[in-house]
Design a binder for this molecule. Sequence first.
Ligand code: KG4
Ligand code: ZN
Length: 337
Amino acid sequence: MRILGIESSCDETAVAIYDAEYGIIAEHIASQIETHAKFGGVVPEVASREHLKVLPALVPQVLNEADCDWKDIDGIAVTAGPGLMGALLVGVTYARSVGLVNSIPVLPIHHMEGHLFAPGLSDEGLPAFPFMSLLVSGGHTMLIRVDGLGQYQVVGQTIDDAAGECFDKTARVLGLPYPGGPEIAKLALNGDASVFNLPRPMLNKPNFNFSFSGLKTAVIYAAKGCANFDTQTKADLAAATELAIADVLTKKSINACKAENINNLVIAGGVAANRTLRTMLDKVSEQEGIKLYVPSLKYCTDNASMIAYVGAMRFERGQTIHNDWDANPRWKLPELS
Ligand code: KG4
Ligand code: ZN
């Protein structure tokens, strides 16, 4: 079985082909980061136009790389939400059109479900169900108990900003370009986190929810309070922010595993690429007897391989193809489906 995956929910146009026997046989990501960086964030209308320009050429290119023709493709998996409406519509409309013309079934895939299973593309693969998943991206911060494909229970989530959003907003305070996460991580390498004492929001609350908007405000006040906001001070503040985010994510994830009596923790989403977070989780989970599963760096941020992979899981399960679906920018990860 071969599944073509299409991802266009935000600022990456991505196409990949997953083969049930060989794994990912071709993949490509066309990033729009440079286009949006000059605006300091993603401009939805610009994103849609870029997808429209890039996608029709990228699909034949990836088919070609995989030495495939449409007749070799058994199913198309396309991100149908959540994300930017116009951006999603480009992928969904394209997928539906080529599906119709070539008589290939098309499945809508939830973007966060793609992230959730992305570690399954690594050599180590995923643990057996149930496992705990920490999903940390630009728009989501969630702890999910995963009992099977489509069997999700949200154990905790952010009540305001997502962790990635906090990285991006802090980066703006520090005068760094979009996307902020990798920039903060780079700057933090030269910083001393102990210079600033930033809060760990909701760390000691008896639940697994997160809140990052207060941390962002604390960073703004810390920056304003600096008489000399030079490069070293910015690096110190970047390191302190990164450490505060990693600390909260690590402790809440481990506590959630313990509360649910689960020994396997999976992390995914763009923020899962953060080295400080990965190192801290690695250390603490080992101390607590919890096994950690991480996606390879290229499958942390948005890509189509994760969409093709989940598509293959769902096609394999014999998921019925309905036609009554559409792009849904606010599609919620169903707690149980
Ligand atoms: O999963 P993703 O690519 O897109 C969404 O679905 O949102 O996540 C993007 C987010 C951005 O907020 C970006 O700043 C953050 O992930 N990010 C990072 C790193 N790489 C990307 N945050 C911290 N450290 C990184 N190395
Ligand atoms: Zn994403």
